[in-house]
Write a protein that binds this ligand. Structure first.
Ligand code: SAH
Length: 211
């Protein structure tokens, strides 16, 4: 059992600052969010290390530096209505929910979604809507979104997600198979501008049906 996570979370935030995260609001939220509640208890002692960790079903809770970088990017674009693909543990969802108006999050594994929902409720984060389904399809009935964050690597750019961005909206997404790169896409009317941010490592965005 972790009794006092604040000290450890502060050290994690310090480490992320040293790694180049500059957004104070993002660092504050990382410092006050109990990451150890988003993983199996047997791994909780590693929760404040800057590493990805297994959360069951072959999936992982993303590395804190990646969560912070992607969140900072959405904050730079003042996103307020965000679609997240790949709820997983719900940790990235929880960070976003404390920074934007509303988070819509899609997960294909029902069991993970159920656990994430419970954790967010426990933390009193109610500005989150969750859907069990295929993230490649986004969430058309709630679109458009001014920010989209994909936390699993797509083999190619998901066209349906691009269509669900507002004009001026931004999407951050890892794309690739053997080699994955973090891509930032901005929409300007019917034009999409892409920027590449470097190599990353995520679990794959699985095609199709849900389980
Ligand atoms: N942000 C999460 C990352 C979890 S790993 C966290 O930090 O905990 C990526 C998640 O994407 C997994 O839970 C996986 O089940 C989910 N995923 C993979 N393919 C998907 C798809 N097509 N649709 C929805 N979710 C998907």
């Amino acid at each position: 059992m972790i009794q006092n996570f604040q000290g450890m979370a502060r050290k994690l935030a310090d480490k992320l600052r040293a790694e180049g995260i500059t957004n104070a609001a993002v660092l504050d939220v990382i410092q006050s969010t109990p990451r150890h509640l988003f993983m199996p208890e047997s791994l909780a002692h590693k929760a404040y290390e800057n590493t990805a960790l297994p959360i069951g079903q072959g999936q992982t809770i993303s590395q804190p530096l990646m969560v912070a970088s992607m969140t900072q990017l959405l904050m730079q674009h003042h996103c307020q209505k965000v679609l997240e693909i790949g709820t997983g543990s719900g940790y990235q969802t929880a960070i976003l929910a404390q920074l934007v108006n509303h988070v819509y999050s899609v997960e294909r594994i029902a069991e993970l979604q159920y656990q994430a929902k419970r954790r967010l409720k426990k933390l009193d984060l109610h500005n989150v809507s969750m859907r069990h389904g295929d993230g490649w399809q986004g969430w058309a009935s709630k679109a458009p979104f001014d920010g989209i964050i994909v936390t699993a690597a797509a083999s190619s750019m998901p066209m349906e997600l691009l269509q669900q961005l507002t004009d001026g909206g931004v999407m951050v997404i890892p794309v690739g198979t053997t080699i994955q790169r973090l891509i930032v896409v901005r929409r300007f009317g019917d034009e999409f501008e892409q920027k590449e941010l470097g190599e990353v490592k995520f679990v794959p965005l699985v095609p199709g049906a849900t389980i």
